[in-house]
Design a protein around this ligand. Structure first.
Ligand code: ADP
Ligand code: MG
Length: 341
């Protein structure tokens, strides 16, 4: 593992054996995140973004299973102060004590739908206090004080009253803020945000993103941001990973990705999605064709049936490899493995 990385994902594969066949939801994913930085994970619906996120925390829904790969996390050594240790999260027991000590403490996750993580049965304050009491050695009064403080920091008015509210008593935006408060209360080093604002109106989306970035700077936290909003990616991410059918098609710094996308899929994605200021809905070109049925994975490059630059006999036949570019980017496309003509 490289010194400067907080997390490294290597050849991660997650499969769902189902009656209709095996869904290869994540099929050999590699990426790394540096402390305090934001990595964007983009791709059409069904690309395996959420399954990747869940896999990092050993929280893939059954019957899904991590079938190969490593998820290396650097964390402070519990025994030697000032030293760090590296653990492979993919090798931990999904129900064991170690991964439970990491979920919520080292790595926290927020979802598109707050109801995934907020319960209807308990007050918001109770749930935030539970997270605090699980990971910190404090009493209930202190946990309540921290919960109120955090609710205030995420911009919930009158937090000393709202702490006793139930999630259903809050508006969508306030619920999202409460979920962020719950995720951030133990100051995780990595926040995974899976389409955190998709369900909200545009103004609230902008406020929530702004809030996340502010807390990120304050806490020096790394963020894995899953989104289909390339405008948000351009504004917030340093690195971008583009996924399609479980594979990383392209990985690049944000500026090179927008200025000079290499993969035909990345180019199609950029044409299909509105960008900051430019591109109205009538300028957009949807990507041709549909994401294939997950049980019938195309041979060769998974994108070949929809690709405008498909080379017959190559893209539909030969297994894909990843090409490392001299500038540090990588691309998984036969156009870059063929000798130049
Ligand atoms: N519980 C499940 N059982 C079977 N297949 C699943 C399950 N969860 C996800 N998948 C499949 O895994 C693939 C990736 O899904 P997902 O990670 O949710 O995509 P994304 O987040 O990029 O939209 C999809 O083909 C999806 O149908
Ligand atoms: Mg998803």
């Amino acid at each position: 593992m490289q010194d400067q990385n907080l997390l490294e994902v290597e050849n991660l594969r997650v499969h769902f054996p189902t009656r209709e066949g095996v869904v290869q939801a994540v099929e050999g994913v590699d990426f790394a995140i540096k402390p305090g930085t934001t990595l964007g994970l983009v791709g059409e619906s069904g690309s395996g973004k959420s399954v990747t996120a869940y896999a990092l925390l050993q929280a893939v829904a059954r019957p899904g299973k991590i079938v190969s790969g490593r998820v290396l996390l650097r964390q402070p050594s519990p025994d030697q102060p000032g030293q760090s240790e590296i653990i492979d999260l993919a090798a931990l027991d999904p129900r064991g004590r170690k991964i439970r000590s990491i979920r919520g403490k080292e790595i926290a996750m927020i979802y598109q739908e707050p109801m995934t993580s907020l319960s209807m049965m308990h007050t918001v304050g109770f749930q935030i206090m539970e997270a605090i009491l699980l990971h910190q050695d404090v009493d209930k009064a202190e946990a309540r004080r921290q919960a109120i403080d955090m609710l205030g920091r995420v911009g919930i008015p009158r937090p000393e009253q709202r702490v006793d509210a139930y999630a259903f008593e809050l508006s969508g935006g306030m619920r999202q803020r409460a979920m962020i408060a719950m995720a951030l209360v133990c100051a995780p080093r990595l926040l995974i945000a899976d389409e955190p604002t998709t369900a909200l109106d545009v103004t609230t989306q902008a406020q929530i993103m702004e809030l996340m970035l502010e807390l990120q700077r304050e806490m020096d936290m790394a963020v894995l941001l899953i989104t289909h909003d390339l405008g948000v990616v351009a504004e917030t991410c340093q690195e971008v990973v583009v996924m399609y059918l479980g594979e990383v098609m392209e990985k690049a710094g944000v500026i090179s990705l927008f200025q000079d996308p290499l993969h035909p899929y990345t180019r199609a994605l950029l044409r299909s999605i509105p960008r900051l200021g430019q591109g109205r809905s009538w300028d957009l070109e949807p990507i041709e064709g549909m994401v294939p049925d997950p049980y019938n994975r195309p041979s060769g490059c998974p994108f070949h049936p929809r690709c405008s630059e498909m080379i017959p006999g190559v893209c539909d036949a030969r297994p894909l490899t990843t090409t490392q570019m001299p500038d540090g980017r990588s691309v998984r496309c036969h156009l870059y493995t063929q000798p130049k003509r």
